[in-house]
Design a protein around this ligand. Structure first.
Ligand SMILES: CCCCCCCCCCCCC/C=C/[C@@H](O)[C@H](COP(=O)(O)O)NC(C)=O
Ligand SMILES: Nc1ncnc2c1ncn2[C@@H]1O[C@H](COP(=O)(O)OP(=O)(O)O)[C@@H](O)[C@H]1O
Ligand SMILES: [Ca+2]
Length: 553
């Protein structure tokens, strides 16, 4: 915990009729009960509280008459003047309180003082400290059809009242069709008016938002977003995620919980968490961006199958997951990758990406130095330097996790040691194995056991990778792709008719943050810290009482 630093203000104020010494510094608000005797009272409620200024949600003035509080609106003032009653001034501070499992809630404390000037001085001093990195105007997109179709209700009931309380103004767009938010951000939105964008929906909706925002940023900065070699310009607007989808793994992996109120509070206090973004190309043609999972084979098949079962809601993933596990298809192809050099951390170490992650800071710094060098010496990272490695084989799944991909289904995620902002992605190859072994691997996502500690799994931390399915010898041959796909449809029909024939389809599809990609041969590149979220990474849970507690000073 932070030390209080130089005091800006100190007064004796009352909280629920007890006297408190209240102090404000740039970093902390502390209220400490004045005790007449130094004797410890075990049954008295806690006597000293402190709140980091960065976690104060808002402050509002109240007025109090003979102990009964009333909001400070004009009508009350008139009554007071007319009747000339004995009034005391009060103000309420709303602040973040931590609950179980990384959840945040809004708590409040009301201070009363006899002097109006003192009260106003307190209110204005606290407000002054809240300024800087907090958003004032937000552009909100709601997907009314995501998850359990509760997006609009969640926003209106749980989030909008908090934004109002914090003095944030909003422009709200309820989307009317898929890609509405993306296209609005790309072409129409007056981004200069806003300090951030809020996405109410799931991973698919978040994907729309980043596609709009990244595209728009490149156009505004004169960068060609189609080129796989170009260094993309980072987006300045932060994005807040109010989880209202089916998996919500981007929210879960960056906040630690899928809770709309917690997300709203991270937005209000102006948190900032950089995030890596992968660009996905096919033959130098831009396809999509990905921030969480890019999965071929198992996760691609689960997604394709589940899209037809949207009516089931989030349960469609369990249904399709079981079905694709039983189907047990494998796919042949070639994976090549460029291992991340000079970084600290590996996909199999015990460190976890947490709030203020030093690995993200170190590797992020390294990336920005590298990209400066890269601009001077364009060939430094290319194939010509011969660092690429190639693996040919039969795979049940090929997954690239740019972040842990933790979600309620798997609280540690697809790659538990992956980092939000280290400029790398963890490439996980699951080779063809028995159903029993694949089940062991899958089940380990939900237990403490290491899901990579199996002979048919390998995992590499990479900056770039490519995949080429076996049947696609010349990757440029789109016609062949189409031809093979129609062949595949015929085969799958035959396979349905003759379930025992055992032949597997040649192609799966890529699951790119919950969207299906139309091409199978892809070239993926990580762009370190390209976007920023209103989040701070998962907070380490406190182990024991902090010795540097300012109340102890
Ligand atoms: C037999 C026991 C199996 C347990 C396996 C648990 C592994 C779960 C790992 C899930 C990783 C999810 C990564 C996130 C993907 C989302 O982008 C995507 C889309 O999410 P959305 O519907 O937009 O919220 N969801 C899925 C399931 O593909
Ligand atoms: N108004 C809309 N109507 C239909 N689809 C939409 C609408 N708005 C967004 N979408 C699309 O819905 C898909 C799923 O959204 P998402 O919020 O991720 O929910 P889920 O987590 O349930 O998949 C996304 O691909 C998004 O592009
Ligand atoms: Ca990463």
């Amino acid at each position: 915990m932070e030390r209080p630093g130089r005091l800006l203000l100190q007064s004796e104020l009352r909280v629920r009729n007890a006297a408190y010494d209240v102090s404000l510094s740039r970093s902390l608000l502390i209220w400490k009960r004045r005790t007449s005797s130094p004797v410890y009272h075990p049954f008295r409620p806690s006597v000293c509280h402190s709140v980091p200024v960065s976690e104060i949600i808002s402050v509002r003035e109240e007025e109090e008459e003979n102990g009964s509080r009333q909001r400070d609106d004009g009508s009350w003032k008139k009554i007071r003047e007319r009747e000339g009653k004995d009034c005391r001034q009060a103000f309420t501070v709303l602040y973040v309180e931590r609950c179980r499992q990384h959840r945040w809630r809004c708590a409040e404390v009301t201070f009363t003082c006899s002097d109006e000037a003192v009260c106003q001085h307190w209110v204005s001093s606290i407000r002054e400290q809240l300024a800087t990195s907090r958003p004032k105007h937000l552009l909100v997109y709601i997907n009314p059809y995501g998850g359990k179709r509760q997006g609009k209700r969640i926003y209106e009931q749980k989030v909008a009242p908090l934004f109002t309380q914090a003095g944030i103004s909003t422009s709200v767009i309820v989307t009317e069709y898929a890609n509405h938010a993306r296209d609005h951000l790309k072409m129409e939105a007056e981004l200069k008016k806003f300090d951030g964008v809020v996405c109410v929906g799931g991973d698919g909706m978040f994907s729309e938002i980043i596609h709009g925002l990244i595209w728009r940023t490149q156009i505004d900065c004169g960068v060609d977003p189609n080129s796989p070699e170009e260094a993309l310009s980072p987006c300045s607007l932060r994005i807040g995620i109010i989880p209202a989808g089916s998996t919500d793994c981007i929210c879960f992996a960056s906040v630690g919980t899928n809770d709309p109120v917690t997300s709203a509070l991270h937005i209000i206090v102006g948190d900032s968490q950089p995030l890596d973004v992968c660009s996905v190309h096919h033959n130098n043609m831009f396809l999509r961006y990905s921030v969480s999972l890019l999965g071929y084979g198992f996760y691609g098949d689960v997604l394709s199958d589940s899209e037809r079962k949207r009516w089931m809601g989030p349960a469609r993933y369990d249904f399709s997951g079981l079905k694709m596990f039983l189907t047990h298809h494998y796919y042949e192809g070639t994976v090549s990758y460029l291992p991340a050099k000079g970084i600290i951390g590996t996909p199999r170490d015990a460190t976890r990406c947490r709030s203020g992650c030093v690995i993200c800071q170190h590797n992020g710094q390294l990336n920005s130095e590298r990209s400066e060098k890269y601009e001077m010496d364009e060939a430094s990272d290319s194939e010509s330097s011969g660092e690429w490695r190639t693996i040919r084989g039969k795979f049940l799944a090929i997954n690239a996790a740019s972040m842990s991909c933790a979600c309620p289904r798997s609280p540690k995620g697809l790659s538990p040691a992956a980092h939000l902002a280290d400029g790398t992605t963890d490439l996980i190859l699951v080779r063809k194995c028995s159903r029993f072994n694949f089940l062991r691997h899958l089940l380990r996502h939900t237990s403490k056991d290491d899901q990579f500690d199996l002979t048919f799994i390998e995992v590499h931390r990479v900056r770039r990778f490519r995949f080429m399915p076996r049947h696609c010898q010349s990757d440029s041959d789109l016609e062949l792709d189409l031809h093979e796909n129609s062949k595949r449809q015929i085969f799958s029909q035959i396979c349905k008719d003759h379930p025992a024939c055992g032949c597997a389809p040649a192609y799966s599809s890529w699951n790119c943050d919950g969207e299906i990609l139309t091409h199978t041969g892809i070239d993926v590149r990580v762009h370190g810290q390209l976007i920023k979220l209103f989040a701070r990474g998962i907070e380490e849970l406190p182990v024991f009482e902090d010795l540097s507690n300012p109340c102890a000073i």
